[in-house]
Design a protein around this ligand. Structure first.
Ligand code: NAD
Length: 976
């Protein structure tokens, strides 16, 4: 059977260029008559510009390349959810001041845009500080409350334009003349409570829609549902749960829709969810409980996706196999930015979506043709605001399909084009507070400027250019994801959400490595050899060593899957953590290799006549690299490769818990060409090896990453020895905080807090330990976090469905449990806990937990496990909260979630942290993008993966030669 999703593998691993060539081969040039028709419509739309819907007019005036446009939408995104005045004021001041609202005044044809502009002009003036830094005198006169009220009003008007109705009843009322597909909500569900709420709102909507008079299906109001709203874990690794928990929810809705002959469409989602969606669709199509004669089951297919044509084929086959006529909707695609970013972040071979708009347009037309040809088994819906697309489809047939447009857009185009088939409106319904945030964010994310809606209204773009056949487009595709860093190749990743990629990882075996602890005398012998090997290695030159590192990077990259297995087996790293760790190690090797490649050149320095000045750098001698167990590959190889490439010989000590990973990595470097005496691995007890080597003056430097206590001890041992003062690079712990104010989006905060606090079972130095919530939103945020924590899956590290694996060992877990008992005894309150299930009996597991200490206190130490502390603060206490965090003495990572640029700047300026993150999580620093490391109690720097790291491993040398003593300055004499 074709409709088995196991057999469906969209080929989106194809590179953009190959795919574009295939698209062109499959495309036919558009007829002149189609282009003429489209051009005629565009001209008429322009001639009737004042008829264009308010949303389109607004986007036209405040397009996303203008600062004012972005500011306006940013305010609209969040203002309605902010309960307190202080945060609103900070937001308005940061978004409105200093912008040129006057330039937009009275320009638009729409009264609505002009009215909004007038409001913003006044407000913008009010909140712009005068040269003395005080707020404009108008504020003093009218007072801030008036400003707030005005902007809220303006945004509420805006909300009324974007949102079709606040609830289904209101929506149905305003939909008298239009046929709609109602979209009921905004965000994806983060908790089961969210999912249940969304399910109820879908049922309520359906109940209302079921009361429609009996009419043919295509004249009835319908509903769009989003599967990710119906389950908080709608992702491929939770498929077993989804079969049991999600399917019955969807089935209940669909049975109801079918009984009352109401169209129901499954909305578009991100690529990694496509197969899950198709799986649900296939089950529904075959489900005997759903009225067999109902033809209203739909799915949105996104033409920007490289698998779109196969999805169309899949849907057609499904309709044939199941005997059920289907109602697919073809759209351009909703998550372009997110898809591109994800592919780049994962370092994939290629993008799952087209990066040229023209390719999407071509694919849309090919898909449309396929759907029109399959009209015997489906009733296609074409969602588009593009005149050329409308004309091209209209030329393919005059019945058996429909058009769709978004509420507020494409109104005049369809009014002018008057297609022979129906035009359905995709209409967002819900409270403005939630929905506006969602809609505006999607607009901001997707950048509306290249869209047809924007172009059609822009008189500066000639009609001919807008109606150009996409076949003739000559724009270039985006660079592949691995070309992100220019000359340095990005490390290659897997997409663990995709079965073929995951299968490759799962097929890999844990490399066999045997390890024996190094004794003190063996460590001293190793030092002897390393010392002896220094001269030739240092003399080999930067260029040679850099080439060896590049070879090692390629070698490691080709063993990514094995390394992930080893990291899971020995270090308890879940697969996603293992993957990002291997990639980080590859990035370190390439980054330091690139930097070192040019370091070796001798530089000629200026000086007086008769003197030659030269400057060069070289290695220092023997480095001891001491790594922690929590990044046993990336940190280990980062230290080792930096020391090596600078010309040092290295004794590399992996942590006690992860010796096999260290030995394996050193084996790879040997294979890549590092001589055995130049790099030696010394697995074993830290104090044994430390005591054997740290007193020896032949150790030129130590690169250490681990706890602050161990770093202090090493520092003392080095200081006490005779001989030269050694270099010490120490990267240590942190008590990392995140501050969240009332303008933050709770769903984003939840996502980032869960990742920051509980990924890797909290065993990251960068992990979030203290979440500081503004009091106004604390309860709601804690509730959402609590719900999300119930959804986390505890499991074995090598199981791809695991979110939180074991701690490194039972001893570490026992230490965390002791800490928890102690705070419990001191009056702390346990706010939430993830159930451990069957892993409750395994002493290596600690449940992710959220606590509030007595008296709203901050923790006094680094708790290296899945424990999150909650602290609350009042809106006007942001600075005081920052100072409380600073008083802890650490300075590693810190985060803030706020929509106010002023608060972002205030936080970044005054928080003590090496790495500050805004509106994202605070883990997973990327080499070269976020050089990593702290100060204060958190380390010495320089930052790993940053521009200055190598400088700590080198010795600078200069030579000045008095050339007058040996015959004078030849150049001067020749010239003179
Ligand atoms: P740890 O200090 O116990 O051990 C780190 C390393 O030091 C291990 O290899 C250990 O064997 C070795 N060691 C211990 N005593 C020694 C001694 N006397 N002489 C020489 N070596 C000795 O730390 P850990 O528990 O392995 O790692 C967790 C800690 O590391 C946390 O505090 C975490 O924040 C920190 N960390 C910091 C960073 C960073 O970049 N800032 C990164 C990862 C981990």
């Amino acid at each position: 059977m074709h409709t088995d999703t196991h057999l469906f593998t969209p080929d989106y691993d194809v590179a953009d260029l190959d795919y574009a060539a295939a698209l062109r081969a499959d495309s036919q040039p558009l007829d002149q008559s189609v282009r003429d028709q489209a051009a005629h419509w565009v001209q008429r739309v322009r001639d009737n510009a004042s008829d264009e819907g308010p949303v389109a007019s607004l986007l036209q005036e405040y397009n996303l390349s203008s600062e004012e446009g972005v500011a306006l939408l940013c305010i609209a995104e969040c203002i309605l959810r902010i309960p307190d005045s202080a945060t609103v004021d900070s937001l308005l001041q940061s978004k409105l001041s200093g912008l040129d609202w006057r330039a937009h005044s009275g320009r638009a044809e729409s009264w609505f845009v002009n009215a909004s502009t007038a409001a913003l002009l006044v407000t913008g003036k009010i909140v712009t500080p005068n040269p003395k830094g005080a707020w404009n005198s108008l504020v003093q006169r009218v007072g801030e409350p008036v400003v707030r009220v005005m902007v809220r009003k303006a945004v509420a008007v805006l909300g009324g334009q974007f949102v079709y109705g606040r609830d289904i009843k209101a929506a149905l009322k305003s939909a008298k003349k239009e046929i709609c597909s109602f979209d009921m909500l905004g965000e994806a569900a983060m908790t089961d409570a969210d999912a249940q709420r969304y399910l109820r709102s879908y049922h309520d909507a359906l109940d209302a829609l079921c009361t429609q008079p009996d009419q043919p299906l295509h004249q009835k109001q319908g509903l769009s549902i989003k599967l990710s709203a119906l389950h908080p874990r709608f992702n491929p690794h939770q498929k077993d749960r989804l079969d049991v928990e999600l399917y019955p929810r969807v089935q209940g809705l669909v049975i109801k829709a079918a009984q009352h002959n109401v169209p129901l469409c499954i909305d578009a989602e991100e690529t990694e969810r496509l197969l899950l969606q198709l799986d649900v669709l296939a089950k529904l199509a075959h489900d005997p409980a759903i009225t067999p004669s109902w033809e209203g089951l739909g799915l949105a297919i996104q033409a920007y996706h490289k698998g779109a044509q196969q999805t169309v084929d899949f849907v057609a086959d499904l309709a044939r196999d199941s005997g059920r006529r289907l109602l697919p909707r073809l759209v351009k695609g909703a998550y372009w930015d997110a898809e591109v970013k994800r592919a780049q972040t994962l370092g994939l071979d290629s993008y799952p979506v087209f990066t040229r708009k023209a390719d999407t347009d071509l694919n849309y037309l090919i898909c449309a043709r396929k759907m029109m040809e399959a009209r015997a088994v489906m009733h296609p819906c074409f969602a588009t605001h593009n005149a050329l697309t409308v004309a091209a489809i209209a030329a393919l047939g005059s019945d058996g399909y429909e058009f769709q447009r978004l509420h507020g857009m494409g109104e005049s185009l369809y009014a002018i084009a008057k297609p022979k088939v129906g035009v359905r409106v995709y209409a967002p319904v819900g409270p403005h507070r939630d929905l506006l945030a969602y809609l505006v964010r999607r607009l901001l994310e997707n950048g509306a400027n290249s869209s047809f809606v924007h172009q059609i209204a822009d008189d500066d773009i000639p009609v001919g250019a807008i109606c150009q056949d996409p076949l003739n487009d000559t724009s270039r595709a985006m660079h592949a994801p691995h070309d992100l860093f220019g000359a340095r190749t990005n490390s290659l990743g897997f997409d663990l959400d995709r079965a073929p990629h995951l299968a490759r990882v799962q097929a890999a075996k844990v490399p066999a490595v045997t390890t024996v602890d190094t004794s003190a005398s063996e460590a001293r012998a190793a030092l002897e050899r390393a010392h002896g090997a220094f001269g030739s290695w240092n003399g080999a030159g930067f260029e040679t060593r850099s080439q060896i590192l590049l070879a090692a990077a390629d070698l490691l990259e080709s063993h990514t899957a094995e390394a992930m297995q080893l990291l899971a087996d020995e270090g308890g790293r879940v697969l996603a953590d293992g993957l990002s760790e291997v990639r980080e190690a590859v990035d370190f090797l390439r980054y330091y290799a690139m930097q070192a490649a040019t370091m070796g050149a001798v530089k000629v320095l200026p000086g007086p006549t008769g003197e030659d000045n030269h400057y060069w750098v070289e290695g220092k001698g023997v480095f001891l690299a001491i790594a922690p167990w929590n990044f046993p590959l990336a940190i280990f190889l980062g230290q080792v490769s930096a020391a090596l490439v600078a010309g040092n010989t290295v004794l590399a000590k992996p942590a006690e818990a992860t010796p096999r990973t260290g030995l394996w990595a050193v084996g790879l470097l040997h294979q890549a060409g590092v001589p055995r005496d130049v790099l030696q691995c010394l697995p074993g007890e830290g104090p044994v090896i430390g005591d054997a080597l740290l007193g020896d003056s032949r150790i030129a430097g130590v690169a250490f990453t681990g706890s602050t206590a161990t770093a202090k001890r090493i520092n003392i041992q080095l200081a006490q020895r005779d001989g030269p003062i050694a270099t010490l690079i120490a990267e240590t712990g942190g008590i990392n905080a995140m501050v969240v104010d009332s303008s933050a989006l709770p769903e984003q905060v939840t996502r980032d807090v869960i990742a920051g606090a509980f990924q890797s079972a909290g065993q990251r130095c960068s992990a979030l330990r203290v979440l500081c919530l503004q009091e106004d939103i604390a309860d709601a945020q804690i509730e959402m976090l609590t719900g999300a924590m119930q959804e986390l899956r505890i499991g074995q590290a090598s199981d791809p469905s695991t979110d939180v694996g074991p701690m490194i060992d039972a001893k570490a877990a026992a230490g965390i449990r002791r800490y928890l008992s102690a705070i419990d005894a001191n009056g702390a309150q346990l706010l939430a806990e993830t159930p451990l299930g069957v892993f409750g009996d395994d002493p290596r597991y600690v449940a992710p937990q959220m606590w509030r200490l007595a008296d709203n206190a901050m923790p006094d130490r680094e708790v290296f496990g899945p424990v999150l502390h909650i602290v609350t603060y009042q809106s006007d206490q942001l600075q005081a909260t920052i100072e409380r965090i600073n008083d802890l003495g650490f300075a590693l990572t810190a985060g803030i979630h706020t929509r106010s640029d002023l608060r972002q700047a205030q936080f970044a300026r005054s928080i003590h942290a090496g790495n500050v993150y805004v509106n994202r999580n605070q883990i997973g620093a990327v080499v070269g993008s976020q050089p990593f490391g702290g100060h204060g109690l958190s380390g010495t720097g320089p930052k790993a993966g940053g521009p200055l790291y190598l400088t700590r491993f080198i010795q600078e040398r200069t030579q000045s030669t008095d050339t007058t003593a040996a015959g004078g300055n030849a150049a001067l004499m020749a010239g003179g």
